[in-house]
Structure formats: C-alpha cells, structure tokens
Design a protein around this ligand. Structure first.
Ligand SMILES: C[S@@+](CC[C@H](N)C(=O)[O-])C[C@H]1O[C@@H](n2cnc3c(N)ncnc32)[C@H](O)[C@@H]1O
Length: 367
C-alpha cells in the first residue's frame, strides 16, 4: 500500500490552476486499489479514471477508457511526469478490442446516470459470464440508480464496507445478454428544427432542449464566416449558426467525446460539409491557435461534481485569445451568475443584448 500512496501523492490535477485544496484522487480510488491488491494479475478495464490514480497503480491494465478530455490529458500528463509508459487511452468503449482479457472492470461512478446506464448496458453485452464490475464512489455521490442499473444488467450486486466516506459497489455478470438493451443514443426532435438530433448518453440536455439554449437560439447573429460553438453539447447552437450563416465554417469544441460525436453526426445530417471538431478543455491555447470571427458559448457550471464558474471563466479567456481583432464572443448565462463583470475584465467591454426572467445574453468584442 505504501507504494500506491507514493504514486498518488505525485499526481497532479489538470488544469493545474484550479483550487489547490482539490486532490487528484479520492478515498474511493484508495478503496478500490486496496481491494485489487488481493487480485493481482487479473486483467482490468478502467473506465473514467480521473487523473491516473487507478491507471498507474493497477497491476494488469487491459485498457483505459474515458469520455473526458480533462481526464485523458490529465492521465497523459501524469504519465510523462512519473516516467510511466502509457498505452493509448480510448475515448469510447467501442474502441476496446481485447474483451477476452478482461476479468474485472473498474468504472468510477460518473455524475451522469444516463451515461452510467449506457456503459453498464454495453458491458453486459461484451463481457463474459462471471466478470466482475466494481464501481467506486464517494457515498454522497452514490445514487440508488447505480444499484438498480447494475442489478438489472448484471444480476446480484453487493457493496464493500464504507471507508473514509467511500464505498465500492460490485456486480458479477450472471449471464451475458444477447442484445444491447440500450435506449442510447436518443433520437429527439426539437421545436424549430426540421430534422431530429442524435444525442449520445453523456451529452448535456440529451432528451430535450435546455431552456437557456432555447433562448440563445433566438439570438444567433448573422454575417460571420468562422464560427466556434464552444461547449457544443449536441451541436444545436452551431447548427443554428450555420442555418443563419450558410457560408460559414463551423467548429465545435467540447470536453466530452460523446458531445463531439453527437455534434458531428447532427451537423452532417443537416449539411453537406464537415464541421471542424476539437475534443479539448475550453479552448486551451496549449493545443490551439485557430482564430474565429464569432464564438458562441453557453458555458457549463460544473465539472463532474465540482460546481463553479471556473470553466466559464477559462472559456471566456480562451475565447478572447481565439478571436480575431473585431471578433465577437456571445455568451448566455443565468442572471445571478453576473458573467458581465468577468467579461468586462477580460474584454474591457460587455453589453447585454437580450434578457428574460432567467437568462442574459452578453456580447463582447475583441478590440
Ligand atoms: C451548458 S452545456 C451547453 C451545450 C450546448 N451548447 C447547448 O447549449 O445545448 C455546456 C457544455 O460544455 C461542455 N464542457 C464542460 N466542461 C468543458 C470544458 N472544460 N471544456 C469544453 N467544454 C466543456 C459540456 O460537456 C457541455 O456540452
């Protein structure tokens, strides 16, 4: 166990400048690592490791899969810092090939239960009978759905004792299901759009149009050529931007691989050209030097379980860097978030161009 703690203490979070009190691992990681010490040699598939605590401390890793760019990049960076060789991290379970080598799956319980259900459904069709799934979680982030979904797909479930407010939930595949009983991706119709949208399970507002997005869609400007939909989700904002700016090149950026996939599928269902896509963190200048005339942004207010405006602020800063001089950032936010103050600090200018009882839409030009 000493060796494990040694490596955990060397891990870093990505991006680095977030709250210094946040650790790159939690007690649920420690608990599953402790458990796996008794199962050395078992082939392990890891899903949704955050920054490498599991990837670097499990003996026989078959594959590592994450939908999150932040985790992908965080694990990759930590591998370099620790001098660890790392096989490619996969962004979809569909890319996993060596199913017969997997004896145990460790799937860190995500915030989004649709995504949890989708993954568990998929695993039930791919794993062989008797394979164990372990879902580590902090108890405060462990909803009843986890047990229900595991039980209906795998059979009997059980839990570890709680330790440091963390718990492991176990399932053992009783019988490999023959067909994939999943409802994902969802195919949904949105008011004002003639074609349906395909929304993968980890996509924001996957079953209906978000009310903020709805208001944003009524306020998409025209006359722009290079447009970025920053935090694109299913791409509905970028698609609307293309409908009212038919000559424009549309780019989509999101932290979720499933969001990028949805945006691409949906865009190509509407238009003959391909969108440019960026699986990324905000629009981190470490990776990008593209420039835009217009950036449209409906920012998130949480990253997994951490709530705050830190992602929005990073998006605003990255948007400033990525706009051409004279370019426009248009942002929608809840009234109470007071984005206009931060935007004014970054752009030296911000103007509310529309509002309703819940939301404001703010314009900032790069001078
Ligand atoms: C409020 S949703 C908006 C989605 C879509 N534009 C809409 O209006 O329906 C925010 C989006 O930001 C994405 N996101 C969260 N953190 C991010 C990050 N660090 N970098 C890029 N995108 C991020 C989420 O995956 C989500 O798709």
């Amino acid at each position: 166990m000493d060796k494990i703690f040694e490596d955990l203490s060397k891990l870093e979070r990505y991006p680095k400048d977030q709250d210094v009190n946040l650790r790159p691992y939690d007690a649920a990681d420690e608990l599953v690592l402790e458990y796996l010490l008794q199962h050395r040699g078992a082939g392990v598939l890891i899903i949704e490791d955050r920054f490498g605590a599991l990837t670097f401390n499990i003996d026989n890793v078959v594959d590592v899969v994450t939908d999150s760019f932040i985790s992908f990049h965080g694990i990759t960076k930590n591998a370099k810092n620790l001098g660890r060789e790392l096989r490619p991290i996969k962004k979809s379970l569909e890319d996993v090939k060596e199913w017969d080598k997997i004896d145990i799956v460790v799937f860190k319980v995500p915030k989004n239960m649709s995504y949890f259900e989708d993954v568990i459904n998929f695993l039930a069709t791919k794993l062989t009978e008797g394979t164990e799934v372990i879902c580590p979680a902090m108890i405060k982030h462990l909803p009843k759905t986890v047990f229900e979904v595991l039980e209906s797909n795998f059979g009997k479930t059980w839990t570890s004792l709680a330790k440091k407010k963390a718990r492991l939930v176990f399932g053992k595949l009783e019988k490999n299901s023959v067909s994939r009983l999943t409802k994902y991706p969802l195919v949904v119709n949105f008011d004002g759009f003639v074609k349906p949208f395909t929304n993968y399970s980890n996509v924001f507002s996957r079953s209906k149009l978000d009310i903020g997005t709805r208001f944003f869609l009524e306020n998409i400007p025209t006359g722009y050529r290079r447009i970025l939909d920053l935090g694109c989700g299913n791409g509905v904002v970028g698609i609307k931007a293309k409908l009212v700016n038919p000559e424009a090149d549309i780019s989509f950026a999101d932290e979720s691989a499933m969001a990028i996939r949805s945006a691409k599928v949906n865009f190509e269902n509407y238009f003959a050209d391909e969108p440019i896509t960026f699986w990324t963190n905000c629009f981190d200048s470490e990776f990008h030097d593209e420039k835009f005339d217009l950036i449209l942004c409906n920012p998130p207010f949480h990253q997994q379980t951490i709530v705050g405006d830190f992602i929005a602020l990073q998006m605003f800063n990255d948007a400033f860097q990525s706009l051409e001089r004279g370019g426009l950032l248009r942002v929608i936010g809840n009234r109470h978030l007071n984005y206009h103050i931060k935007l004014k600090q970054i752009f030296g200018d911000s103007k509310t161009i529309a509002s309703n009882s819940k939301f404001v839409i703010i314009d900032c030009h790069k001078r």
